[in-house]
Ligand binder design. Sequence first.
Ligand SMILES: Nc1ncnc2c1ncn2[C@@H]1O[C@H](COP(=O)(O)OP(=O)(O)OP(=O)(O)O)[C@@H](O)[C@H]1O
Ligand SMILES: [Mg+2]
Length: 254
Amino acid sequence: MPKLLLEVSHVGHVYQTPECEKEALRDVSFQIREGEFVSLVGPSGCGKSTLLTIIAGLERPTFGEVRIDGKRITAPTTEIGYMPQKDHLFSWRNIHSNITLGLEIQKKGPKYYRKAEEMMEKYGLRDVGHMMPDQLSGGMRQRCSLIRTLVTDPGFLLLDEAFSALDYQTRVAVSVDIHTIIRNEHKTVLLVTHDISESLMLSDRVIVLTRGPGTVKAIHELSALKDIPPMERLEHEAFGSMIKDIWGELDIHG
Ligand SMILES: Nc1ncnc2c1ncn2[C@@H]1O[C@H](COP(=O)(O)OP(=O)(O)OP(=O)(O)O)[C@@H](O)[C@H]1O
Ligand SMILES: [Mg+2]
């Protein structure tokens, strides 16, 4: 069995603002093994992005702890590639230099820059490399942000709504493509998504959080869909009932 990569143990988080305290997460525990693709779904405001910033080492949890490879996370590490919900491209750098920003910071060699060029070509960004972020559509910006996360070659990816700004066709194509890359390169992924069918198409496991403060409501092991490519999963006889089950657990109107 692959080794344990991520251990989230009894994580709780309370934001302190001058006006009030806001409990965003309560007693969240789960584990991810190396090579797994796990999706996190939950109602808006239930603490998904908060959990990702904690795992990325950008925020210290109020309660509990996070370990990667057995080491407690207290600050960002190069093993983790984090794509935030907002793209955070720098408006004064062109697309090419936004994509290679992580390579500059980590002082990576020419091999990585060549890979960045290849990925820009593959994802249709070569011709916009010289443009500034605000000249691009939301979907293009999101794609840049995703590629920027991938080019430094981290083993563990945290993707917050990675595909949400893309139109439906591009979204399916990009998500299937990313899925292939991730599988080929044996990466481990925790993907936050609002799209239940996306989570079922791409994942080995789906974690459902309750409305805020988020706690783990259910964990679905997608054994029935194992080894089935994303697009073919849509045709699987159990797909519809899985969507219905998770939809029910999300309790959107409750
Ligand atoms: N910096 C902050 N200060 C105070 N409260 C915050 C802060 N960031 C988030 N919150 C609150 O914490 C809760 C969880 O927010 P979070 O962004 O983690 O939710 P989410 O599940 O990612 O939502 P969405 O699906 O809409 O992206 C929300 O009630 C939010 O208003
Ligand atoms: Mg969020």
